[in-house]
Design a protein around this ligand. Structure first.
Ligand code: 289
Ligand code: CA
Length: 160
């Protein structure tokens, strides 16, 4: 009984050490695949991944495409997330629309889930609802935000 208990422990030790080796190999291969997949169109910030496909369209079309892909239109909640989106704007030299708007109540900007925004990075004198038709939010190459007509075409950036 004593001997068989010991050999069972030794067997388990060998199995754990094999699994540890396999886990290390998986981790190193996953880290490489992450780099490949993120190059050059994706950015990782904490748990979030921002990604563009290069598609351009109006707000509704961008929103639909992100949701069809299982994500949502980029909705930065802090400066680091906004900086990641800004990098994509600069890389493509194209402005993007965020998953933020004040369609429901003028001047009250919300995420797509209806919650009030917790972070903003407005350009000076924005949002100005120019001509009374600006309910969506575009990001300039400076990372600053401008409210803009949702019918304009902008670069897609989804978050996953
Ligand atoms: O149609 C007006 C927009 O193109 C933008 O024009 C100016 O840059 C500013 O008035 C912006 O607020 C405005 O969205
Ligand atoms: Ca504006």
């Amino acid at each position: 009984r004593g001997d068989s208990g010991l050999s069972e422990i030794n067997l388990l030790k060998r199995q754990v050490s094999t699994l540890e080796g396999q886990l290390r190999a998986l981790q190193s291969s996953f880290s490489k695949y992450k780099k490949v997949i993120m190059f050059p169109n994706g950015r990782i910030v904490g748990e979030k991944i921002f990604m563009t496909s290069g598609y351009e369209g109006n707000f509704d079309s961008l929103k639909q495409r992100c949701s069809q892909a299982g994500g949502q239109l980029a909705s930065p909640q802090n400066a680091a997330e906004n900086a990641a989106i800004q990098q994509i704007v600069v890389l493509y030299n194209k402005l993007v629309f965020l998953g933020i708007n004040d369609i429901q109540t003028e001047g009250r900007f919300k995420y797509l889930n209806g919650e009030n925004i917790v972070y903003s990075n407005w350009q000076t004198r924005e949002p100005n609802n120019d001509k009374g038709i600006e309910d969506c939010v575009e990001v300039y190459s400076s990372g600053k935000w401008n409210d803009k007509s949702c019918g304009e075409k902008r670069l897609i950036v989804c978050e996953f």
